[in-house]
Design a binder for this molecule. Structure first.
Ligand SMILES: [Zn+2]
Length: 235
């Protein structure tokens, strides 16, 4: 196997250790350090990791779940045309940019491990999402099937750890925003601050058990980093 091997032959579970870089597209590079590690997407353009010293008490990075949090949850979607941002996603990411806090995504995508979603399709979905909501500093994706028992499928903390390594921040200095208990579980196990933004699919018990909730994404970000005066009112 050489480093130019097709992605399809680099990713199946149990295959030989793939090259670190598994896909270069027009918009991003994806890498994976080994079959049991998460997929990491680094954009070719967009916001670089933030070098600014954060204000006291602010998280040094905020990681969002993808489906049901930043964009509508469309099960098994492979079509970038069906990517739709959820209310205030764009506003929330703009507020983080204004505050100098890098934003990322941590997402379980078992369709990769099942062979139902190719990495090129995943890349196209993420490129479309970032075109709609704004650039993200890092994306960490668990490509494994649940039965593989990996350390990165939420509620395991591996995606948070991986995204933190990319940005050079410590997990307890970060926050994770999601719509289900698995997102808050990953935050808790990583030592990060978890914020639940419930949607119609969120179970009442999950909302009751959440240490922090917000009614929408912009409210979650305001609670984490404050509201910069120059952002003005709702967009
Ligand atoms: Zn995983």
């Amino acid at each position: 196997m050489n480093s130019q091997a097709p992605v399809e032959s680099a990713l199946p579970p149990g295959s030989a250790r793939p090259a670190a870089v598994v896909l270069r597209s027009a918009t991003a590079t994806w890498y994976q350090d080994g079959p049991e590690e998460p997929l990491i997407r680094l954009p070719h353009t967009g916001s670089p990791p933030c070098a600014a010293v954060p204000a006291c008490g602010r998280p040094r990075a905020v990681f969002f779940d993808r489906d049901g949090t930043l964009i509508e949850d469309v099960p098994h979607n492979t079509d970038p045309g069906r990517v739709r941002p959820l209310p205030s996603a764009r506003e929330a990411l703009a507020a983080l940019r204004a505050a100098g806090v890098p934003a990322g995504v941590v997402s379980n995508q078992p369709g990769i491990g099942r062979g139902a979603l190719r990495l090129e399709q995943l890349d196209a979905l993420h490129a479309r999402m970032e075109a709609l909501v704004g650039p993200l500093a890092v994306t960490a994706v668990c490509p494994h099937r649940p039965e593989e028992g990996c350390g990165c499928r939420k509620p395991e903390p591996g995606l948070v750890f991986a995204a933190c390594r990319v940005l050079g921040v410590r997990p307890p200095e970060t926050a994770v925003v999601g719509d289900i208990a698995a997102d808050l579980g990953a935050a808790h196990r990583a030592g990060a601050t978890g914020v639940l933004v419930p949607n119609t699919a969120t179970r009442a018990a999950e909302t009751r058990a959440a240490p922090r909730t917000a009614s929408h994404l912009a409210a979650a970000v305001r609670a984490l980093v404050g509201a910069p005066a120059h952002l003005g009112g709702p967009a």
